[in-house]
Design a protein around this ligand. Sequence first.
Ligand SMILES: Cc1cc2nc3c(=O)[nH]c(=O)nc-3n(C[C@H](O)[C@H](O)[C@H](O)COP(=O)(O)OP(=O)(O)OC[C@H]3O[C@@H](n4cnc5c(N)ncnc54)[C@H](O)[C@@H]3O)c2cc1C
Length: 462
Amino acid sequence: MTPHIAVLGAGISGLSIAYALEQAGMRVTLFEANERVGGPLRSSRIEGYLVEHGPHTLFQRSAALASLLSELGLDDAIVDARESASRRYVVRYGRPLVLPQSPAAFLKSELLSTSAKLRLLAEPLIPGFDREGVDESLANFVERRLGREVLDYLLDPFVGGTYAGDPRQMSARHTFGMLKELEDEAGSLVLGAIKRKLQSPDSDTPPAKKRLLSFTGGLQTLTDALASKLNGELKLGAPVTGLRRDEGSWRVLYRRGKSNAGVSVDAVVSTLPSYAVADLRLKGVTPPEPALKRVAKITFAPCTLVSTGFKRGDVAHPLDGFGVLAPRVEEMHTLGSLFVSSMFPERAPEGRVNLTTFVGGARQPELALLDDDAVLELVKFDLNRILGLRAEPEFVHISRWERAIPQFEVGHQLVLDAYSEIEAAMPGVFFAGNTRDTVALPALLDARHAHAARVTDFLHHA
Ligand SMILES: Cc1cc2nc3c(=O)[nH]c(=O)nc-3n(C[C@H](O)[C@H](O)[C@H](O)COP(=O)(O)OP(=O)(O)OC[C@H]3O[C@@H](n4cnc5c(N)ncnc54)[C@H](O)[C@@H]3O)c2cc1C
């Protein structure tokens, strides 16, 4: 008999895990509360502008991701970010300064003061962290190793823009684990990186080409392609409400319109957000209450994305790059803006530009929740301050994510342990997705194999 697996949630994690399970010969039923797949990967063409409601880019740095995209038939749909997208701006002194990309540019840059540059060069002399087992905040780690200005003008805007996060709350080990490992191995980031380079064996295979990409129709193309490859049943508008242990199998309980329904399966992979996991009614099993409570407490940063369209001549800045990030210390109302139409072709009508500005995050959650008019005023104020506006936007679209990105805060190991404890009490139920694995799209896609292997292993021993 072909094993039947339920996958809960049809975001990028659920879709890619379902795909991997089918490739491993299993039958899959995928449950999704919404009427569409993809979670935040959503792209719409409105008035000639391509609006990304969530993520804008996919960073392909592994050969594995390249082959997945080919397998999904997406090679012809890929659009690479223009070369100029490697230029990124960070606000300092109230204006956008180019983020230096070479040692020479770094020495000349105004982004860090001379004393901050000297402090950075002293990194190998800074002693390692002697409090073993203590989960240090990202802000503490970076300030300790690289100095205050690196924290304020490099790290803080970066994590604000990518994780909508606050480095003072985030765990260094669980967000920038590689840097922590370098310090643990060599007592210094620079010495650790040199040591690794010297120890890494020469490889005959050239490294995979790194690409920052999207698709002609936007990032939603990726999740649509995954969904179209699935053979099993995709239940949309089917929120899962509970799981019941029935002798040797699991019954997935879900709502179908106004009625309740159930499907029996051999195993379950949940990619539900942590708050939805905590809401599940569990029958026939009793996972430890503290573990369930810990998972329920994962915090999410809210984020509001404001897409604006202007006539090219109405924005003074050349918009010659990826975008601009706003450090907390610059006291702005926005986290940063992406120069969407500079990055990719056909993102705006002829002679127009398309910008996306991020508001809120863990830094200023209350701003993400303001009404549309108020949030647009803040965006226009900041855009005018740093890019120079000569007219009102001719196009505006607002996308709201009240629980945008889960935050891996100090103490995150306890959350991971809690997930493991819940799994131990529910044999055949596995947890995946961005509240357990990581938030980055490429890593979530890569994780599909490990989750499919866990299911295979379970069925083998059941
Ligand atoms: C605004 C924004 C910008 C981002 N930018 C980037 C970026 O540039 N690069 C990057 O790598 N990452 C980015 N991310 C992060 C990335 O998009 C997410 O981490 C990723 O999409 C999460 O995928 P997932 O499948 O794990 O979770 P989700 O996509 O959240 O999927 C979970 C699914 O479960 C469904 N669900 C919830 N409850 C139930 C229920 N009871 N029953 C059934 N289904 C249910 C939900 O509707 C959802 O579809 C961004 C995220 C946001 C919000």
